[in-house]
Design a protein around this ligand. Structure first.
Ligand SMILES: Nc1ncnc2c1ncn2[C@@H]1O[C@H](COP(=O)(O)OP(=O)(O)OP(=O)(O)O)[C@@H](O)[C@H]1O
Length: 659
């Protein structure tokens, strides 16, 4: 690539930086300098060798798009509106996933070639590790909106561009996508881009909130703002709650309010999350009664974090009952399959395909990490299809010793081999006749048996050991594996022809940590465990929060074990974060850093003087009532208004309030 003088100068500066020379970075913004240092020190990028733009293949682009399918769907309106605003100014728009891959693009057709060359295109990779300092990549690294203007780019390839990017985060605060506007040319001064940051930030927030409303559409959602007029229009805060007021999730504004609350009212035991009634100084009936409150369905509440007033409305769940939550636009409800997921896009695709395949005899291969529910899905396929009345025979190929697997699967006649039962045995394949044979861990099937299994599948006949005539069988075969089958085939450990026969259709189950409907999975596993035990034990919000944040390497099996452990060992009628196995407790994010501090005094004069009086009277409410010349209930009411809790009641109150 031929370099221009400007590019050579830029390279020269950065080469000197990479060699540890002083290069006078006085005018360079801190955020850019840190990124340049990462490029040189951490990613080992060589500024002397500008890299060409990297654009993924169509197939890889499709895979990246699929992983954010739901977000793309929700973001479309915001993307189009923002592009309509910036296109006349010569900007294009990129939406990237969390890895910096451009999964949505809007640009001017007439600039197509130039945009493609510049990496302003669908499929372009803007990961900081590859592209160096740039708006998207650096925004992902810092989880912060940024403009990267011309020579602030690390790689000389990009120094003509000006780009402004803002992160879109999920309800846990993790970056899931980046919204970016970029132009091929712009004035030299960075200030010329000042308009971009607030604009992109605003649209990123709108997309984030649309995604939140979509994700929690089956929950109650509180929407609030300090301006009454804005609540319905664009209420800044969103908090999804359970029917008892415990918090399930919150958007950025909601999380900021929770953090402020926890700073002012530190919980008296680690892991306690404030409930909505604590956050907004209300009774649960006040919140649930919001839709009928007024003509505009709004009410004012006091925010206990700052004593300010906010206005709130309640968005009711689209479908109230979990049992009826099926996937969006599911054609015909099939409860056995529908209950396996709520609104996870990967599961939506799996179940859509499963619905189509349930009455077919095509072999199905289910893949996914251990514990993701492969056997559960196989059984649901069987139970929802035309073979439901027939047997479902599950065989774990890894669990049966190699010496026994042949006789177990194929059966044998009397006297077929020493050690066999005198009456012989009907093999598992024959036992599945008229139903489904589920072969789990198929990757562990010995090679010699793979040949025999292939014959069964091809001819629909099984030859028991010692028999002279084959027996006809009518089976549907579902197999599962968590192993890389292509690797096993490449190493000669699995027959390619058998693989293709088993893989008539493939259903790939996502890991629990990747699922957008984790809340639903946790709830349904919990509810079924509680129903089995016949116990009335609640799962408190702090425990739910920890379960949502944990990475679940063992997937649903590990989740089930963790919940069974908590149910078996809990003392009392609710599970808190402390009742969970230790490894799951760390993920709880609602715990403030200042647990041991006493609560701060209220912000208003009246609140502060009541606080002082109570302290002076050693929290003797009768004494304070006499001194103020009011009744005891009035003092209690005022204490509630200012969030004043006697020290001896703090633990219990906090526990009740979150429960
Ligand atoms: N959707 C679900 N709801 C409730 N429990 C589930 C669900 N999916 C899986 N489980 C439970 O999780 C555990 C693991 O499920 P399953 O055996 O189907 O996983 P798997 O992927 O086949 O595991 P492996 O790869 O280890 O064979 C089981 O106890 C199962 O009951």
């Amino acid at each position: 690539m031929e370099l221009r003088q400007e590019q050579r100068q830029h390279i020269d500066t950065l080469v000197r930086l990479s060699e540890g020379q002083a290069i006078g970075l006085g005018g360079c913004r801190e955020v850019i300098r840190r990124s340049w240092e990462r490029c040189v020190g951490e990613y080992r990028l060589d500024p002397g060798r500008p890299r060409p733009v990297r654009v993924l293949t169509q197939q890889a682009i499709n895979e990246h798009r699929e992983s954010v399918d739901e977000l793309l769907h929700v973001a479309r309106a915001g993307v189009d509106q923002l592009f309509a605003q910036v296109a006349p100014l010569g900007y294009v728009l990129l939406l990237t996933d969390r890895r910096g891959i451009t999964v949505e693009f809007r640009g001017q057709r007439e600039q197509d070639r130039a945009l493609r060359r510049a990496g302003l295109y669908l499929g372009a990779d803007w990961d900081e590790r590859y592209a160096g300092t740039c708006a998207v990549g650096t925004c992902i690294h810092d989880a912060h909106a940024i403009t990267c203007h011309q020579r602030e780019h690390f790689d000389a390839t990009h120094i003509d561009l000006t780009c402004t990017a803002a992160p879109i985060t999920d309800p846990q605060g993790q970056v899931i996508a980046v919204l970016d506007i970029s132009a091929l040319q712009s004035p030299r001064a960075l200030e010329s881009q000042n308009f971009g940051l607030p604009l992109v930030n605003l649209y990123a927030r709108m997309i984030e909130d649309a995604y939140f409303l979509h994700r929690y559409r089956d929950c109650l959602i509180l929407r609030f703002d300090t301006d009454r007029e804005f609540v319905h229009l664009n209420g800044r805060g969103l908090i999804a709650i359970e029917e008892d007021g415990s918090v399930i999730a919150a958007n950025g504004e909601g999380r900021a309010l929770i953090d402020a609350h926890l700073r002012r009212w530190p919980p008296w035991s680690a892991g306690r999350m404030p409930s909505a009634t604590q956050l907004f100084d209300s009774e649960i009936g006040d919140l649930l009664g919001l839709p009928a409150a007024n003509d505009d369905q709004l009410r004012a509440f006091r925010v206990r974090a700052n004593d300010m007033t906010c206005f709130m409305s309640l968005i009711e769940p689209r479908r109230r009952h979990i049992a009826s939550r099926s996937m969006p636009s599911s054609p015909t409800p099939i409860p056995v399959l529908d209950r396996l997921a709520s609104d996870d896009p990967a599961m939506y695709r799996v179940l859509k395909l499963a619905r189509r395949l349930r009455n077919e005899s095509v072999s199905v291969l289910i893949t996914g990490e251990t514990g993701t529910g492969k056997e559960v899905l196989a059984r649901a396929l069987h139970d929802s299809g035309s073979r439901a009345k027939g047997p479902f025979v599950a065989v774990n190929c890894a669990a049966i010793p190699e010496s026994l697997i042949e006789s177990e699967l194929f059966g044998y006649l009397p006297g077929a081999f020493t050690g066999g039962r005198s009456k012989g045995m009907r093999g598992l394949i024959q036992q599945a006749d008229g139903g489904t044979l589920f072969l789990d861990e198929i990757g562990d099937m010995p090679l010699s048996l793979q040949t025999r299994l292939l014959r069964v599948l091809a001819e629909r006949e099984v030859m028991p050991l010692g028999a002279e005539r084959a027996v006809r069988v009518d089976i549907r075969v579902i197999t599962a594996t968590h192993r890389d089958m292509t690797g096993l085939i490449a190493n000669g450990r699995f027959r390619e022809d058998l693989y293709y026969r088993l893989n008539g259709a493939q259903l790939r189950l996502p890991a629990l940590r990747e699922r957008a409907d984790k809340h639903y999975v946790i709830r349904s596993v919990y509810d079924s465990l509680v129903a089995d035990r016949g116990a009335d034990i609640r799962l408190r919000a702090d425990a739910m929060s920890a379960l949502l944040a944990y990475a679940w390497p063992g997937n649903i099996r590990q989740l089930k074990n963790a919940l069974s452990f908590a149910l078996a060992t809990v003392d009392g009628d609710e599970i808190t974060v402390h009742d969970l196995p230790e490894e799951c407790q760390g993920g709880f994010v609602g715990v403030p850093q200042i647990l041991e501090q006493a609560p701060q005094a209220p912000a208003t004069d009246e609140g502060r003087s009541l606080h002082a009086l109570l302290q002076e009277a050693s929290w003797n409410v009768s004494l304070v009532a006499r001194r103020l010349g009011v009744s005891r209930p009035t003092v209690y009411r005022r204490m509630r208004r200012y969030g004043l809790v006697p020290p001896n009641q703090r633990e219990t109150l906090s526990a009740q309030a979150v429960s």
